[in-house]
Design a protein around this ligand. Sequence first.
Ligand SMILES: [Fe+2]
Ligand SMILES: [Fe+2]
Length: 390
Amino acid sequence: MTSYNDAKLDTLIQDPIAEMRRTVATPEEIEALNYLQDLDLMNGAIDTQGQPIRADDKMIIRGKSDVNQLIPFKYEWAWQKYLDASANHWMPQEVAMTKDISQWKTEGELTEDERMIVMRALGFFSTADSVVMNNLTLAINEWITSPEHRQYIATQIKEESIHQHAYQYIIESLGMDQEFVFNMYRKVPSMTAKSAWCIHHTVDVSDRSKFATEDDFDRAMLKNLVSQYVVMEGIFFYCGFASVLSMGRRNKLPGTCEQFQYILRDESMHLNFGVDTYNQIKIEQPHLFTPEFNKHVRMMVISGTLLEIAFARDTAPRGILGYNASDMEDYLKFIADRRLEQLGLEVFFKVKNNPFQWMSEMMDLRKERNFFERKILDYQSSSSLSWDDF
Ligand SMILES: [Fe+2]
Ligand SMILES: [Fe+2]
């Protein structure tokens, strides 16, 4: 094995463009080389005098070290989340929808309330994951300066696209009017309000020049982080998740529920990544977290929860078999307080008991493996889902 050392560096071609000028002849080649010359590749884009980065120089935001150099690791936990997420890879078309199609098309298999819940959940989710994905691309990714975090975010972007695919696959499989469902977030005000709330936080940070100071911008970005990771992925998804998964516990729409179960597991990782990132920034940039800022973030979580409760009242006004409307509200308040605690903020709703204890078990596929008619066998990356009928 050859080693790559400084002595060998001395023998390298020092000027690739000059080297190619020695041999090219056509006018097009010369024009191409002139174009390369104008780019001045050896000066500017990459600091050629720079040294390998040091872990201590990395920071989640405001880092000055090269974002293209992954190692040495500083944020092992973010890298581990990337590994964990990669091991959970799944694709929607690997899930059978035969029973769902039969139930959806057979009169009397589902109540009208159950049908409305499924439609509303899909109406919201079919665009919500796009809202999250676009925010990661347009706002979060650029702001983050840690390569380990960017590695995870790239994986999350892929997962959001898989979730969108899953919703589209369910909507198509059940034979729903796709245009109607995808357009629902414009037409159901309690749905519009939630998505608009998130999009507001994306638009808010789109013009960096409007912020007087770097601190102002970073606080707006932290609010963006909370709006998407904590409120959108940690609260706005939960009425829909809990409603549909509750039906799955009664063997209604098992393929749909199975996909929701995988999505819930992914989303809970996204939430935890967002919370861990927020709390690490709190350690690295404590001056950003003023009492006024903390108060605002707490208000964001509370206001988001109120929007989710309004959505729940619209979507499941009477509840369905398995839960009633007040259980759902208590559940949303219960998880909202957990989100506040995760952010180091004072709880607000103070609901003592989780009425949907089973939801936490839904994220652990091992515990729920006998949940559906078919048995889930553990699966990892590079293998598709395996099923064992029983
Ligand atoms: Fe998602
Ligand atoms: Fe997500």
